[in-house]
Ligand binder design. Sequence first.
Ligand code: CIR
Length: 256
Amino acid sequence: MFSRAIVRPPGTNYADGLTRFAPGAPDYKRALRQHGAYCEALQRCGLELIHLEADESYPDSTFVEDTAVLIPTPAILTLPGADSRMGEVVSIKETLCGLYPRMASIQEPGRLDGGDVCEAGKHFFIGLSERTNEAGAWQLSELLTPSGYTSSFVDIRTLKDILHLKSGLAYLGDNQLVVIEALANREEFRGYDLVRVNADEGYAANCVRVNDYVLVAAGYPMFEQSLRGLGYKTIPLEMTEFQKMDGGLSCLSLRF
Ligand code: CIR
């Protein structure tokens, strides 16, 4: 169960952030509305929100998930793989210092984005990606071990469709893993009940279980239907302006 989440709205220069796509610039006002609806959904799931100010120094800073990995203790600060995002951890550190008695952090030469870290109960899948290198993944693994977590690495460097591991993977609880087709046959996921996402609905794989609900991107009816068929209550959310900047539902909050 989660009780709180950290969120940060996009700033006016949000369109200057990183993206691998050229789908046209995001509409800032629409992004703000979508972010507002996302925050309301988290509250509906029972979370108390910690709202950070928009940070114009970092156009990607609305994607707070990439800056930390949160377990009961310690709070782990990442070192984002994109140079333009490394400084985002400074203000997240200040926020987390007031909430966690113990902090740890990923250090150079390690790099790691929270979007590559998928918690599945007491096990963590850590993606090796364009953003997360082996040194970062090993450091995280070693920081998790004393708290009783196991971890394994999932190499997604050959998968060009996804930026982060969680762009194609989500843990729902109850041994159920949502996976895109390109990950469905990986040895690492044997033993889990897989909820497969059709190739043409791949973006929807980045869904988030928050207490009694699953947040899902709006516009992916087959996937939402399959979640409902499994008994989940879903909250569909418009994500178009975040999708344009390569972001998904999970990256917009740090839940704990
Ligand atoms: C980036 O490329 O870093 C941002 N524009 C998007 C980050 C999305 N984060 C995530 O999926 N965890």
